[in-house]
Design a protein around this ligand. Structure first.
Ligand code: ATP
Ligand code: MG
Length: 559
């Protein structure tokens, strides 16, 4: 981050905390629940948490918030770690909230002993019904005044598996008339006889988010615990537990979650897309997950740049996905290797080109934006492919591509002139007969001829074939999550287009998974990492220009 940039509100707080001596260095954490793959919203949180520690001196823990045994899985743990590393960040400690189950249990016992927690026999429904409303106080549970001894015994029995799921809970004894509904004797522990992916069958009770999160922060001496706005009403409870337990005073700060146009971000919804087969997998290149973006060819640099540009907001908003694509283009323009690929071929025969057996090799720079980049050899020949759409038999005025009698330059090669259109018996264009101007070779052009159009092409004899996959937005509306009815009604059914055979210059025969390509005039592409067998499949990462620009604005407030 550059120095002249304004500090965001969290940076301001940290700067003050360091200057006042409240802390000598900072500790942040990224706390994913291992119940799905990370998405671009998580990337915002990762860049923020790791970025703050880097900027102010300190470190970041990776803490899996694995307090719900039912939805969690090691598959997710592994993918989360891979994604964070790919984004370019390294955590200090890999931690699990489940590692704290013993300490959390003893914290709960301590609160019972202080008469600040009690075992309740009401069902979760009864508890919800007796909570009152924001304008009316709740009703005390008949079990609220159990003795400390009885509570200790019952809580131990809950732990030991004496009661079934939902039969009892442990609640904090706070204030059933609090203005904050979260303070009306919230549940701390519930009975759940389910195996946990790390602790196995050791526990019959599991802590609720509110009892686990702040205490975990405190155990790790996290100084600034950053979460999204929906946790504002939880903050009072976060502080209450820390205060009553007299443990390290971590503090919670909230920022606006990232929402992106034309996508959904909740893991629950993304899981539905996978399960109902609207997409192929979590890393289907149309998904907003980091694994999908990686497979599609997005770079970590581009994603970090995007997270930096959108900043840290205090109010919810909707960010145009076009801004993310802009960042991807910006970076790919700097690093992508230029290659020529013809999608929809029209054959061109250069009638005055010699019929020699030797292949003429031309050169093309790999990347004109990068002075240090290499160049590659491109074979020329008597028979070439150009795009169908680059030829018109009856062109309008100011048509700069090829037409009968017209001239164009072939990129890195020669100027050609269209002499004759050859048709089949049905009148369809079969091929073009052209002549080339030998003195017009790129780099040593002495022809004195100036043409306005430059086309990409490949030599028929040396072309390699590949499949390409073109992706469009997964949803037809800007904010599918906020539309009426089911978000799945707004899926764009034409979001994937497969072109089975395209013709590429031979340099692409050795395409590598970690390389990025710009197919000239066509877009940015990358090799699909899931296609390991003997064939080339390229994903379009992003188009060359923003074709949606007119329809979208950059940032919109959410009403
Ligand atoms: P989802 O709603 O997609 O299931 P979550 O908040 O339940 O997400 P967690 O695994 O709990 O997912 O999130 C880990 C961290 O990432 C949390 O600190 C959370 O606040 C943050 N986070 C999740 N989604 C976003 C988002 N869209 N923008 C910014 N931060 C996010
Ligand atoms: Mg969550």
């Amino acid at each position: 981050m550059s120095e002249e940039k304004h500090l965001n509100f969290i940076e301001e707080i940290i700067k003050e905390d360091l200057e006042s001596g409240k802390y000598s260095s900072i500790v942040t954490r990224f706390p994913p629940e291992p119940n799905g793959y990370l998405h671009i919203g998580h990337a915002k949180s990762i860049c923020l948490n790791f970025g703050l520690a880097q900027k102010f001196g300190g470190y970041t823990n990776l803490r899996f918030d694995d307090t719900n045994p039912v939805t969690e899985d090691v598959e997710y743990v592994d993918s989360i770690k891979e994604d964070i590393k790919w984004l370019g960040f390294q955590w200090q400690n890999e931690l699990y909230a489940s590692d704290y189950f013993n300490i959390l249990y003893s914290f709960a016992v301590e609160l019972i002993k202080k008469n600040l927690a009690y075992v309740d026999d009401l069902t979760p429904d009864e508890i919800a019904a007796s909570k009152g409303t924001p304008t009316e106080p709740g009703k005390d549970s008949p079990n609220r005044n159990r003795s400390i001894e009885e509570n200790l015994r019952l809580f131990e029995e809950m732990r030991d598996g004496k009661y079934g799921d939902g039969a009892k809970v442990l609640r904090a004894k706070i204030d059933m008339a609090s203005m904050n509904m979260h303070m009306r004797d919230p549940i701390m522990y519930r009975i759940k006889k389910a195996a946990h992916h790390r602790t196995g069958d050791a526990w019959n009770i599991y802590p609720m988010y509110d009892f686990a999160h702040g205490q975990s922060d405190s155990i790790e001496k996290v100084t600034h615990s950053i979460c999204t706005l929906e946790f504002i009403p939880h903050r009072e409870l976060y502080d209450w537990f820390i205060d009553k337990l007299e443990i390290f005073p971590s503090h919670q700060y909230e920022f606006a979650r990232l929402n992106l146009t034309y996508t959904v971000m909740s893991k629950r919804k993304l899981l539905q897309l996978v399960q109902d087969k609207y997409v192929e997998s979590w890393d289907d290149p149309r998904m907003p997950t980091l694994s999908a973006m990686r497979r599609r060819g997005y770079t970590p640099e581009a994603i970090r740049d995007f997270c930096d540009r959108i900043g840290v907001a205090k109010r919810e908003n909707l960010i145009d996905v076009g801004l993310l694509e802009f960042c991807v283009r910006e970076h790919l323009n700097k690093v992508a290797l230029r290659r020529m690929v013809v999608f929809d071929p029209l054959k061109v025969v250069i009638t005055n080109y010699p019929d020699s057996m030797e292949v003429e090799m031309l050169t093309g720079e790999d990347n004109p934006e990068d002075a240090e980049s290499d160049s590659r050899e491109i074979p020329f020949g008597k028979e070439l492919y150009i795009e169908q759409e680059d030829f018109m038999e009856n062109p309008p005025k100011k048509y700069f591509r090829l037409f009968p009698g017209g001239m164009v330059r072939l990129k890195h090669a020669y100027i050609i002139k269209c002499e004759e259109v050859i048709k089949d018996e049905n009148g369809n264009i079969k091929e073009l007969h052209c002549t080339y101007i030998p003195e017009s070779k790129s780099g040593s052009d002495t022809s004195g001829i100036h043409v306005k159009g430059t086309l990409h092409w490949v030599a028929v004899q040396n072309a390699v074939t590949a499949e390409i996959r073109l992706y469009d937005r997964l949803f037809k509306v800007e904010n599918p999550g906020s539309e009426e009815g089911d978000f799945k009604d707004y899926i764009n059914m034409d979001s994937l287009q497969i072109v089975k055979t395209v013709y590429a210059e031979p340099a692409l025969k050795n395409a590598k998974f970690n390389e990025r390509y710009q197919f000239l005039r066509k877009g940015y592409f990358t090799l699909d990492a899931k296609e390991t067998y003997n064939r080339l499949v390229f994903n379009r990462t992003v188009t060359l220009k923003d074709t949606w620009a007119k329809e979208s604005k950059k940032v919109q407030p959410i009403s």
